[in-house]
Each structure stands twice: as C-alpha cells, then as structure tokens.
Design a protein around this ligand. Structure first.
Ligand code: C5P
Length: 397
C-alpha cells in the first residue's frame, strides 16, 4: 500500500499558523499532503511555508495556474480530508454545498472522510446558524475535532479554540483507516425497566442523555460504536451509531455479551436497576390480592463488573457512578471493586444530575481525579471522550 494521501484545507483564521504544524506532523507520519488554501488563509500564512513543508505546489487560486493542479483532480485519490482551521464561514459554505473557491469546489468532488477542526469566537460557535451547519455536516458523516475551551484570539475565554495540531493530525491519520480498524466502542445508556407485572415496572430517573451524547461524539470522531439503550425517548443523531434497544438489565447484559468480540472500549453509562422482582405474574396484580403489597426482589447481573472481569475484557472499561455523598472516595472504591479502568462520577439528588440539562463530572482513574466543572451534558460528554482518548491512545489501534 502506498502512503496515505491527505488533502489539507486551510481557511482564514488566526489559527491558520497551527495548520503548519498539522502539516508537519502528517508528513512526518509518512502522508502525502496536498494543501489547499482559501484567500483568507493565504493572508495569515504565506503559501510558500506550506509548499516547503509538503514538498508540493499549494492550491490557492481557481485555475491552478500557480500550482499546475486543477481543483477537480485535487481531491480524487486522497484517503482523508482535513479542514484546519475551519472557520464558521467555510463550514457554512461546505454545509450548503457552495463551490465558490478552490477548496469548497474540491470538497464537492471528494468522497473521502472529512475532518473539521473548527476555530472561531465562542459566540460564533454557539450561534444557532453555526450549530445548524455543524449538525448538517455531522449528519452527513463529517468528523469533528475540537473546538476546545480556553483563551481565544479576542482575549476572551470560551469554547472556540482550534484543537492542538497533534490532536488534529492523529484524528486525520485515524480517518485514513476504515472505522472498524480505528477502534470499536460499546456504550450502554438509559435506565432499565424491570417488570413487576405486565403493566408496572421498576425503573429510575435516568434519561440516557449523557451516554447518547457520548455515542454521537464517538461516532463523529470516526470510531465504530454500538449503543445498547434502555427505554428512553433520547436518540442519537449521528447515523454511524448502531442502536440496540433493550428493556431489562438481563436484556442489556445479553446485548452487551454478544458484542464483546473485537471491542476496544466499553463504557457503561446505563443506570441499571440493581434488583428486579423475583417473579412477574402474567396478569396484572390486583389490589387486595394476598402478597400484592410486598415485592420480592432478586439481584440483577452487574454488567460492568462482568465485562471488566470477564474473559473478553476490552482493553478499556469505563464505568459511571451516581452518588449522593462522598462521591470521590466511593467512586474510586467502585472502580477497584468492579475492575474498571476509570469511573466517571457525579453527585445526584432530587434536583441534580438525573434528567436535568446541567451536570458536573469527576473522572477517576488510578492516577487520580479530574473535574469537568459545572457544564452542559454535551460538554460533559466531550470531557469524558477526551479523558478516554487521552488514556486509551496508546492502546487503540
Ligand atoms: O454499583 P453501581 O450501580 O453504582 O455501579 C454503577 C456502574 O455500574 C455504572 O457504570 C453502571 O452502568 C454499571 N452497572 C452495570 N450493571 C448493574 C449495575 C450497574 O453495568 N447491574
């Protein structure tokens, strides 16, 4: 096999200087990189810099007269396309399908996976127009790396910084391989339903939002992901997420067990009922029936512990812990007891954690504890994914 071919599109953001380092890392990894600059990008970094590092002419204008390369041919045989930095403007143009510059025109003829590394002011990133464009692009199968929270060019703080070049280059390299070769994930999410009788159930307040958000992000990052989902109305939007709907803990366990072969990461985000009614009659329990005022319970299988301590243990096993007090110590004890590599913990109570939009997470592994700070569930999912990727990079294929 020849070296992977990558098309690197650079757009007009102050973060364009970071694209130089992305290019350097890609060429060091043995990739052949064709750089295409927008007019705006060429104002931030001269084409000559990219030309010298890629060892190829850079496309900056329409007819390719400077480079001798036509935009129609540019993207035909590449294995992945990276747009870094990707401005709000260029993402909007790609989402709509404009062909108003060599980069957007090229992107219309490319069929290779597309990775976007957004960079912009946080208010632009959170604007409904940008949100809608990003959603369109992701639904079409594009991948996203970043943006990250931190200091922005404006001097303000917020989400909008382009991901670090190493992260962008690694994500791009991963995309040159097929999804199943990049890593397979299995995530459980949502509550479980344990039948008391045909109409009544034992369940909990989980909505599955965080696990579903995580599955979307994992798919958007280019991994193959199965989501074993308990009863909830929350659904992933990414077409790459394979949803397996289950009701009870035992159904969930069976669905998980049958999918362990060749798995790289298992994330148990589901709120599994610890107990189930020992027997569920075929017909509805009636008031006044002897024994109808007592529930005899028996223990459900511990799916997380079973996977973590079982013969088909994936390299990375991550559990969740919802605790009402003494969160860090209890979660760490749970990590050791169950045999997980890390536990994501949050404090729950009547008004916190379950069902609400906001949360605060702790990531606990054998190295210690990291906190997300109070954040939305979407940001929390990003926090969890970043921690898992940080730890698992060496172990992922
Ligand atoms: O023991 P506890 O229920 O607090 O543990 C929570 C973690 O274990 C979560 O990751 C949850 O998905 C998982 N779990 C499980 N099977 C159970 C109970 C919990 O996988 N029966």
């Amino acid at each position: 096999m020849g070296s992977p071919g990558i098309l690197l599109g650079v757009t007009g953001s102050i973060a364009a200087y970071k694209a130089v380092e992305v290019l350097r890392r890609l060429t060091s990894a043995g990739c052949t990189v064709q750089v295409v600059l927008t007019e705006g990008a060429a104002r931030f970094v001269p084409p000559l810099t990219f030309e010298a590092l890629s060892g190829r002419p850079v496309v900056t204008d329409w007819d390719g007269s400077a480079s001798g390369i036509s935009h129609v041919e540019t993207g035909y045989d590449v294995n992945a396309v990276v747009v870094a930095p990707a401005t709000a403007h260029t993402m909007a143009r790609i989402a709509v399908g404009f062909a108003d510059c060599p980069l957007t025109a090229t992107l219309l003829s490319v069929r290779a996976p597309l990775l976007l590394a957004p960079a912009m002011e946080s208010r632009m990133w959170s604007h409904p127009a940008t949100r809608a464009n990003v959603k369109t692009l992701l639904a079409r199968g594009a991948h996203l790396v970043g943006p990250e929270a931190g200091p922005l060019a404006s001097g303000r703080e917020g989400v909008g910084r382009m991901a670090e070049p190493e992260q962008v280059a690694n994500a791009a390299l991963a995309l040159t391989r097929p999804p199943s070769a990049r890593g397979r994930w299995l995530i459980t999410a949502g509550p479980t339903w344990e039948a008391v009788d045909p109409v009544r159930i034992l369940t909990n307040r989980s909505t599955g939002t965080l696990g579903v958000e995580l599955a979307d992000l994992v798919a958007a990052s280019g991994y193959a992901v199965d989501l074993v989902l308990g009863p909830t109305s929350v659904r992933p939007w990414h077409p790459g997420v394979e949803v397996v709907s289950v009701e009870s803990a035992r159904d969930m366990e069976a669905a998980v067990r049958s999918r362990l072969a060749g798995l790289d990461v298992f994330v148990a985000a589901a709120a599994v009922s610890d107990y189930r009614p020992a027997s569920a009659p075929e017909s509805k329990l009636k008031r006044g029936t002897p024994g109808a005022d007592r529930l005899q319970l028996e223990e459900n299988p511990d799916i997380l512990a079973g996977v973590a301590q079982g013969p088909q243990r994936p390299r990375w096993v991550i559990g969740f812990a919802a605790e009402t007090e003494d969160v860090e110590a209890r979660a760490d004890a749970k990590r050791v007891r169950k045999g997980a590599d890390a536990i994501v913990a949050n404090q729950v109570g009547r008004d916190r954690g379950f069902g609400g939009g906001q949360t605060e997470l702790l990531w606990i592994d054998e190295r210690g504890c990291q906190r997300s700070g109070p954040c939305s569930k979407a940001t929390a999912a990003r926090f969890v994914l970043d921690r898992i990727l940080e730890r698992s990079r060496e172990g992922m294929r």
